[in-house]
Design a protein. Structure first.
Length: 71
């Protein structure tokens, strides 16, 4: 008993903008936090904050920016 509003939007590179909006709406309908976890992930990616680690005597951690994910 499938209805059209339950179908996953099919990707089409010619209509990417429309697909993007429909996919976000589809995921939000599945769960309120779904798009948040897809965008930001279930955990924070951290890096050592060496300036404070030296003065505090222990490892200090801060969140990486999205541009630092591969470093």
């Amino acid at each position: 008993m499938s209805t059209s509003h339950n179908k996953i939007p099919m990707f089409s590179k010619e209509e990417y903008d429309d697909w993007n909006i429909r996919m976000q709406a589809h995921l939000a309908a599945q769960d309120d936090d779904m798009w948040f976890f897809i965008t930001y992930g279930p955990m924070m990616i951290m890096k050592a904050y060496t300036t404070i680690a030296i003065t505090a005597g222990g490892a200090q951690w801060i969140e990486k920016t999205r541009f630092e994910y591969t470093t």
